[in-house]
Design a protein around this ligand. Structure first.
Ligand code: NAP
Length: 307
């Protein structure tokens, strides 16, 4: 009878072969994978494959979807080990496996502080990890809303996984006070306990009163996303010169961003963050740092718009 590890390795080999059009893997094909559930419409492969093609690499980005493969979440460690054996250069990890991936690997400071790993790579037999959402969020703000970090007070909405990456980035860039509003205020308090005295948890109802002093407003909730309730908020109460970032990218132009632009505020959108977070992974795996160009953005934007 096949052992558990062998059957996982076989599943992965079959998957590679299927995604390469039934061909057995060319020996020089570079393999990267995305591990998660419900990832069939992920845009991450598009970003990485385009960069691979630009560099003339023989590159295949494999979707390792636990739903499609009928795998239990507990199989993550066997899947990662099999990917290493098969010769994957690295892996991206998404919901619901980011916390487990952190526990399986040797994380850097960012992944440890965020409490989740979304990028893994193999280095001298060791499984290393980082969290590239931090860099994605900050670099997108730098590119889209230069000068955003001139403010002393930021207001962050939401205290889920994405908020942790945002919090790490804002504090790292020296923002003095981060007011953190969450529907479930206990989650905001827990995050403040972890990140220290610069993070001030506030009740969801206090948002309106905080807007006039927020030089930066960040939505990390799912409000405003397609199929979710709207984010009800009066951006005219923000100070002139404030910057507004929305992590939601479906739709691309959220009502929050549209209203902020109409008010003349600087904005940074969720797609920009998604593109910028992919840069670090490619660099870690291959030593070459991709650029987030208008052409790359247009490619992913067109795909998102067609969905
Ligand atoms: P998560 O861990 O599930 O957190 C969801 C957050 O939204 C929580 O703070 C939750 O509040 C809040 N929320 C949900 N429904 C709400 C409602 N009706 N009213 C008020 N608050 C509500 O999710 P996540 O991983 O942090 O992701 C959050 C959003 O960021 C998603 O839209 C995701 O697509 C986006 N994101 C984008 C990027 C990017 O690269 N652009 C990266 C990561 C995430 P409670 O704690 O009260 O439930």
């Amino acid at each position: 009878m096949q052992s558990f590890e062998t059957s996982i390795a076989d599943k992965l080999r079959n998957l590679v072969s299927r995604q390469q059009g039934g061909e057995s893997s060319p020996s020089d094909a570079v393999l990267i994978g995305l591990i998660g559930r419900s990832i069939q419409s992920s845009r991450t492969p598009m970003m990485h494959e385009r960069e691979g093609a630009r560099l003339g690499m023989c590159y295949t980005y494999i979707l390792i979807d636990f739903d499609v493969l009928a795998l239990r979440d507990e199989s993550l460690s066997a899947v990662v080990a099999a990917a290493g054996d098969i010769g994957f250069a690295g892996l991206n990890v998404t919901l619901p496996h980011k916390e487990h991936a952190l526990a399986l690997s040797t994380p850097d400071e960012r992944a440890r502080a965020v409490g989740a790993a979304n990028t893994l790579w193999f280095s001298d037999g060791e499984l290393r990890s980082t969290n590239t959402d931090v860099e994605g969020f900050i670099n997108n703000l730098d590119a889209s809303a230069p000068g955003w970090n001139g403010c002393e007070d930021a207001l962050v909405l939401g205290a889920g996984g994405a908020a942790r990456a945002v919090m790490f980035g804002l504090l790292d860039r020296g923002i003095k006070r981060v007011h953190l509003a969450n529907r479930t205020v206990q989650r905001a308090r827990a995050l403040a306990d972890q990140f220290g005295a610069s993070v001030l948890p506030v009740a969801w109802e206090a948002i309106g009163d905080l807007l006039p002093r927020a030089g930066l407003l960040v939505n990390t909730t799912s409000l405003g996303m397609k199929g979710q309730p709207a984010l009800e908020l009066d951006v005219t109460r923000l100070p002139p010169g404030a910057a507004v970032a929305d992590l939601v990218y479906v739709p691309l132009d959220t009502p929050l961003l549209a209203a902020s632009r109409a008010r003349g505020l600087k904005t940074a959108d969720g797609l920009g963050m998604l593109l910028h977070q992919a840069v670090r992974g490619f660099e870690l795996w291959f030593g070459s740092r991709p650029e987030v160009t208008p052409e790359l953005r247009a490619l992913v934007e067109a795909d998102l718009t067609n969905t």
